[in-house]
Design a protein around this ligand. Structure first.
Ligand SMILES: [Zn+2]
Length: 248
């Protein structure tokens, strides 16, 4: 029982560490933390989301990630390493460690190592990305269609799209405005069409657009634009034809 509790606490710590790492990646992606691997990391993450968060579907990017990751090696540090089948310190000269643990308290710790010559923005981006997508947090990565910021969807709602309620509300408001405008245009167009229909019974004069505009309670330019869009057609002087109502 005690063992199980300690095991689950260990798991909890690992999850918390993965979550913290993922938040760090998001901060880099958003430019909140300066890192020169930000751009290649964005390319990988955008491709990851386009591919439905599936590495297999990432195609060309998958090869680039693998090529860079191939240069990284996993190293075991700290005391107690003799029991493990990993190389022990001292490390080969020229090897750079990724996030070396500051203090292991005598416990062994894993770290990624790479030759100094291969330690660059591209290889760091590949490792950050690789670590992210091999943790459950990789499935939580999202990019807000409104403000374009990256975020981790920790809301528990799988289909969350926007980073904050403000962004979601904003989009909702814009949709409502667009709907209202379309509705208003439809009303004006119906009035204009009924005016055109009445034209048939009236004498056709030079100021026909002005007359229709007055009937439809719109400006003359509105009538001109509706005609140019093909939503409204005026009957010709000689042959009075039925006008077409074309919904967008
Ligand atoms: Zn947003």
């Amino acid at each position: 029982m005690k063992q199980a509790t300690s095991h689950s606490r260990e798991m909890g710590l690992q999850q918390a560490a993965a979550r913290a790492d993922a938040h760090h990646v998001v901060a880099i992606l958003n430019g909140d933390v300066s890192a020169n691997e930000a751009q290649p990391l964005r390319d990988y993450c955008d491709a990851w989301m386009r591919a439905g968060r599936s590495f297999v579907e990432m195609q060309d990017h998958r090869h680039a990630v693998n090529d860079h990751l191939r240069q990284w090696r996993l190293w075991c540090l700290g005391s107690g390493v003799e029991e493990m089948n990993e190389p022990t310190p001292p490390l080969p000269p020229g090897l750079i460690l990724w996030n070396p643990p500051e203090c292991t308290d005598g416990r062994p710790a894993l770290a990624y190592g790479i030759e100094g010559s291969a330690y660059n923005a591209a290889s760091r981006a590949a490792l950050r990305f690789g670590l992210l997508i091999t943790s459950p947090e990789g499935q939580l990565l999202g990019r807000c269609p409104r403000c374009r910021r990256y975020f981790l969807n920790t809301s528990g709602h799988r289909n969350k799209v926007f980073c904050r309620p403000e962004c979601a509300r904003d989009i909702g408001a814009r949709r409502a405005t667009r709907r209202a405008r379309t509705l208003e245009r439809d009303v004006k167009l119906r009035r204009a069409l009924s005016a055109v229909a009445k034209l048939n019974e009236k004498a056709f004069d030079k100021d026909v657009k002005k007359w229709i505009a007055k009937q439809a309670k719109v400006k003359v330019w509105w009538i001109t634009r509706a005609i140019n869009r093909g939503e409204l057609s005026l009957p010709s002087n000689s042959s009075v034809t039925a006008s077409q109502y074309r919904r967008r």
